[in-house]
Ligand binder design. Structure first.
Ligand code: PLP
Length: 423
């Protein structure tokens, strides 16, 4: 039996209908932007393995930091103890984040980073005896798969089976070009009602919706409205963090800074699962009390795992290298040129670029569903041609590792162009 056959026998994969999907390639090796399967087939990882891996697969510097940490202190509980790497990483993150961020809370993945942010805002008001139990989020948002994160997420097929079991979230339109006023007006009505604890959003780019983009200016206006009415703002930078938008954080494009920021994915360069939720002093102070019941009662066994912290510190060092920053600008310039080229293609409805993120929408006669026929046809075409891309309906996006070479990028573009022709 092959590994892929055994996999089919034993494993249950995420977002996968096993009845129709068939055998999955067995990946045995990764290096830079490339992966290889057990048949020797090479793949270009053009989405950095779900956006986690900016510095390339099997990175030696991160591997070395992990090995050193594993053989010094692999793990210690973070309840009742601290350790050097958590202190070092928090100090480093706070020096990079917007200056209003003062406290770091560790967890394991993007969804838990969001849960912590949401829970903190709800409990903040509970601790004060104020009834603010609802949350505001955008249409088509994606914040993760745990219950709080799901409640905040608006892509319905991820969440429809669980409606009725979730936190109360009110959705507002995404302020894409032309929809700014509608979105601002909807937000203004809600924040004025004094029922909402928080407004959660993916700043500037909604990743899972298909890299849907909107301008920093309108988000700034939205943040100002929230601040005026004491509704906490939660920037979910799980996807956008660590350089993806061309700045270290998408929040760096904003004048008004969020109260809470969620980070994960690229935090450890795609090695150890880890996340942080960062807070202002004001949020933290809402829990700082003689009364133990006012503490934030949230924690995970692997909170602030030292090996994860060491991997994150090594990843941040890589991100800060001048050549890594040049890579981000280089990829952005290539994306812009490719967007200009594709924009005039009769089968292309629109293109968009921010930082290393590129997306194009293919013209369709009818609305394409997220995992519909066009998506499946495109996905199969990309895999057949050795490029890992996961289209969203009729949207093809590229989010490469920063180390992807120009030749690899050009190959990805040519396969995308061929796919547009083929469809
Ligand atoms: C913006 C955003 N938030 C949260 C998540 C959830 O992260 P995780 O899959 O690590 O739980 C994702 C995942 O894609 C995301 O894009």
């Amino acid at each position: 039996m092959t590994q892929s056959e055994k996999d089919q026998l034993y494993n249950w994969h995420p977002y996968t209908q096993h009845k129709t999907v068939g055998l999955l390639p067995t990946i045995v090796k990764g290096e830079g932007a490339l992966l290889w399967d057990d048949q020797g087939k090479e793949y270009i990882d053009a989405i950095a393995s779900w956006w986690v891996n900016p510095f390339g697969h099997s990175n030696n510097a991160i591997a070395h930091a992990i090995y050193t940490q594993l053989t010094t202190l692999e793990h210690v509980l973070f309840g009742g103890f601290t350790h050097n790497k958590a202190v070092e990483l928090s100090e480093k993150l706070l020096s990079m984040l917007p200056a209003n961020q003062k406290k770091i809370f560790y967890s394991d993945n993007g969804s838990t980073a969001v849960e912590v942010g949401l829970k903190a805002t709800l409990q903040y008001f509970y601790n004060k005896g104020v009834k603010r139990t609802k949350v505001i989020a955008f249409d088509d948002a994606f914040h993760g798969d745990t219950f709080g994160a799901m409640a905040a997420s608006g892509i319905t097929f991820y969440t429809e089976a669980f409606q009725g079991s979730m936190l109360e979230v009110t959705r507002i339109p995404v302020p894409t070009a032309g929809n700014e006023t509608k979105s601002l007006e909807a937000l203004e009505t809600l924040v004025a009602s004094e029922q909402y604890a928080a407004f959660i959003f993916e700043p500037l780019v909604q990743g899972a919706a298909g890299m849907v983009m909107y301008a920093p200016e309108v988000l700034d206006q939205m943040m100002a409205l929230c601040q005026k009415h004491q509704v906490f703002t939660i920037a979910d930078e799980v996807m956008t963090g660590f350089g993806k938008t061309g700045k270290t954080f998408a929040s760096d494009y904003l004048t008004h800074k969020p109260d809470i920021i969620c980070l994960s994915k690229a935090l450890t360069g795609g090695t150890i699962p880890m996340a942080v939720t960062t807070f202002t002093q004001e949020v933290y102070d809402g829990f700082y009390n003689e009364d133990v019941n006012k503490a934030l009662f949230h924690g995970h066994t692997f909170t602030a795992n030292p090996t994860g912290c060491a991997a994150a510190l090594a990843s941040i060092q890589l991100l800060e290298l001048p050549e890594m920053q040049q890579n981000i600008s280089r990829i952005n310039a290539h994306h812009l040129a490719f967007a200009t080229k594709m924009q005039s293609h009769p089968k292309v409805k629109t293109t968009r670029v921010l930082g290393v993120i590129f997306a194009l929408e293919i013209v369709t006669l009818e609305a394409e569903s997220y995992y519909g026929t066009m998506r499946n046809k495109l996905y199969a075409f990309f895999i057949e041609n050795g490029v890992i891309l996961r289209p969203v309906g009729n949207i093809v996006y590229i989010l490469p590792p920063y180390v992807m070479t120009n030749a690899q990028l050009e190959k990805v573009y040519s396969i995308v162009e061929a796919a547009v022709e083929m469809i």
